[in-house]
Design a protein around this ligand. Structure first.
Ligand code: PHE
Length: 426
């Protein structure tokens, strides 16, 4: 493999100043956990899929993870200065190609190609992020969308009637105090906006009902006496903002004493349909994150376990069934602190973002790192230099780490820090 070329799924990409994707992340792109029938991620996506009619919705689960910035952002009308576009948040292959940060990156081709009125997508998505129990740079989403011919009110009403009833207590839409504009679109009548919005929300409620009520049933079957399992499932709708939908909402589920944010959605903006060559149509889209939900419903305490090859994990689950993860003993862990000075001048040196530290840690430590936290941060009053201290917890899912192994990784991280940034180790 030549240094200036990255090969993914048989395609060669020339690297450039935007390239920031390490090999350890590229290695995850072939795992396809969402396609494994006996893996919590695959089980959840199948439970949802089985609820919908294949004549109404086409199901895609094989889209390649590399998309263009056009598909991931431009088509969806992301503002040029949206943080999602930055190198500190996104894995770029090069200036024009990246690892999709959400399944919405496929709306363009799906709206263009799909022959049924709607479609679903399940896929792995990638974001540069912090390192802890609930964050991993790769995770999974399921996306759905549905369109009608503009003016076809009768069809929307008919489709609305055919949505199966759900066993939920649905609270009214909540408008958060910091709500941004969430207007209806000018090209749609009030009735169209109302009906499309209703069809969207009822459909999302079916998904939430399927997944969470199934988990409650499973809990009771397993003999849990938690009184929560006998209460009706409660959800609420909250107004939200996405660049490519208006109006937009999020659904939150009341789960064991907390409102859990689990799905974002909205009425697709005309600009996206226009960009995708879909004329004279109206519709909706939603996206749901699977990993966080799978952790809660299967009782998985650490998101890295989803990626573990240990059979004590991978052999625990069965097709179409939610069961509680049975923990096995954790291997012992150990921690190391890394502290350093950042140069005073910010003008002519590359700015340092915590995600840069996390990234280097992941590059050398991979899944052997349980979490990284910043434990100290201050600016020296005289020199004006600032100091940062990060704490790395090393702990393997699959083996006991020796001190030598940990030291070697930790040294590699320290070395990379000084080579790539103007930092002075303390
Ligand atoms: N892609 C959005 C996310 O990752 C979710 C979403 C999908 C919102 C479709 C609206 C419409 O958070």
């Amino acid at each position: 493999k030549k240094d200036d070329v990255i090969s993914i799924d048989g395609v060669d990409y020339k690297t450039d100043g935007w390239t920031n994707v390490p090999q350890s992340i590229l290695d995850l792109t072939g795992r396809k956990l969402h396609l494994r029938k006996d893996h919590p991620i695959g089980i959840l996506s199948n439970l949802i899929k089985n609820k919908f009619d294949k004549k109404e919705y086409t199901f895609y689960n094989n889209f390649k993870p590399v998309v263009t910035t056009f598909e991931n952002f431009d088509v969806l009308d992301f503002p040029q200065d949206h943080v999602g576009r930055s190198k500190s948040d996104t894995y770029y292959i090069n200036k024009d190609n990246l690892l999709r940060t959400h399944t919405s990156a496929h709306e363009y081709e799906c709206f263009k190609e799909t022959k049924t009125p709607g479609y679903f997508i399940s896929a792995d998505v990638y974001r540069r992020d912090e390192i802890d129990r609930t964050h991993y740079p790769a995770f999974h989403q399921m996306e759905g969308a549905r369109i009608w011919k503009k003016g076809d009110i009768e069809q929307i009403k008919k489709d609305l009637k055919s949505i199966p009833p759900v066993d939920l207590v649905v609270e009214d839409v909540v408008r958060p105090f910091d709500a941004v504009d969430n207007p209806k679109q000018a090209h749609m009548t009030d009735e169209e906006t109302d009906l499309v919005g209703q069809h969207l929300r009822r459909t999302c409620e079916v998904i939430v009902d399927t997944v969470f009520n199934e988990a409650k049933k499973a809990g009771k079957l397993a003999g849990s006496t938690d009184p929560f399992l006998n209460e009706p499932l409660k959800v609420r709708w909250v107004e939200a903002y996405f660049p490519w939908t208006a109006p937009s909402w999020e659904i939150e589920v009341w789960w064991k004493g907390e409102w859990l944010e689990c799905l974002g959605c909205g009425v697709v903006r005309k600009v996206v349909l226009d960009n995708s060559g879909v004329d004279n149509s109206i519709g909706w889209a939603f996206g749901i994150g699977l990993d966080r939900i799978a952790m809660l419903l299967f009782g998985v305490p650490d998101i890295r376990l989803f990626w573990s090859l240990d059979e004590r994990f991978s052999k625990q689950f069965k097709e179409n069934t939610i069961t509680n993860f049975v923990p096995y003993s954790k291997y012992p862990g150990t921690q190391r602190d890394i502290s350093f000075w950042l140069p005073k001048s910010v003008e002519n040196s590359a700015p340092f973002h915590s995600n840069d530290f996390f990234e280097i840690a992941r590059e050398f430590g991979g899944d052997l790192i349980e979490n990284v936290s910043i434990v100290d941060e201050f600016t020296h009053p005289k020199t004006g230099k600032s100091s940062k201290c990060y704490r790395i917890n090393y702990q393997s899912m699959d083996k006991t780490l020796t001190n030598e192994q940990v030291n070697e990784i930790n040294e590699a991280i320290r070395k990379a820090l000084t080579e790539r940034f103007e930092v002075e180790l303390r």
